[in-house]
Design a protein around this ligand. Structure first.
Ligand SMILES: Nc1ncnc2c1ncn2[C@@H]1O[C@H](COP(=O)(O)OP(=O)(O)OP(=O)(O)O)[C@@H](O)[C@H]1O
Length: 244
């Protein structure tokens, strides 16, 4: 049963401890267009799985970029793990990003590195000791069912397999929050469902997930809260009674 209400009235008060990501009255505009996001408030609670929907151009990616500190709000504030997101503060952002995993529609894998090296990349950059790194990569690849492809290169994999590599890369550091930006946008319907169920299984292991999609059918498959962006506003629509 879903009890969390994600779309909140604006608040300046301290958030409850299980809120790990928050937008407070956020407005974001681009050039001469109407505001992309117009006074949007949102609270994501630890351990939940949220769908974020809306037509193309409704601002889904922009909302995720605000949460990950890739862009700044024109008004309002963004909070992650109890801290204000400050994209111009490199040190603070590096700490916050350690607790974030991000998946993209186009996978963004390094074509000249093997699957295992792609998954290991962020751990290498962080200076993770080799035995821990190898153990983490092994565990992440096992979770996504790709142990047998560890030595393959991305162009030898199907689209669904490439997205599973990018999921392994996103979870290898043990993030608290996974931002999935249209992760099934380049995949056929059957593979899209497989990716959705994989992320759902990771959620059942404790991961908080924000999953954007414009595919309404996908949001009907699992009984998670559905948030919808429409004309710059965020709404929470009824949660379906799905049978996974
Ligand atoms: N850097 C930018 N400069 C100018 N306009 C931008 C920029 N980023 C986004 N936009 C505009 O903001 C609006 C929302 O874009 P966004 O990518 O967030 O939508 P989306 O819902 O993720 O779309 P899609 O489903 O097609 O990926 C669009 O009109 C887009 O053109």
């Amino acid at each position: 049963m879903v009890t969390a209400t994600a779309v909140q009235r604006p608040s300046t008060a301290q958030s409850s401890p299980d809120v790990i990501a928050e937008l407070r009255q956020v407005t974001k505009c681009f050039a001469a267009h109407p505001p992309c996001l117009n006074g949007v408030s949102l609270q994501l609670r630890q351990g939940e799985f949220y769908f974020l929907t809306g037509v193309s151009g409704s601002g889904k990616s922009t909302l995720l970029k605000l949460l990950s500190g890739q862009t700044t709000p024109d008004h309002g504030s963004v909070h992650l793990f109890g801290q204000v997101v400050t994209p111009d503060n490199d040190r603070a952002m590096a700490q916050l990003r350690r607790r974030l995993g991000v998946i993209f529609q186009d996978f963004k894998l390094l074509g000249d590195r093997t699957v295992a090296d792609n998954v290991a990349f962020t751990l290498l950059v962080r200076g993770t000791p080799k035995p821990e790194l190898q153990q983490r990569v092994h565990t992440a690849l096992k979770l996504v069912g790709l142990t047998a492809k560890a030595s393959a290169y991305p162009d030898a994999l199907s689209g669904g397999e490439q997205q599973r590599v990018s999921i392994a890369r996103a979870i290898v550091g043990g993030p608290d929050l996974l931002l999935a930006d249209e992760p099934t946008g380049n995949l056929d319907p059957q593979t899209s469902q497989q990716i959705l169920y994989l992320l759902h299984r990771l959620h059942q292991h404790g991961l908080t997930v924000l999953f954007t999609t414009h595919d309404r059918a996908l949001t009907q498959l699992l009984p998670h809260p559905i948030l919808r962006l429409h004309h710059g506003q965020l709404q929470q629509v009824a949660t379906p009674m799905a049978n996974p």
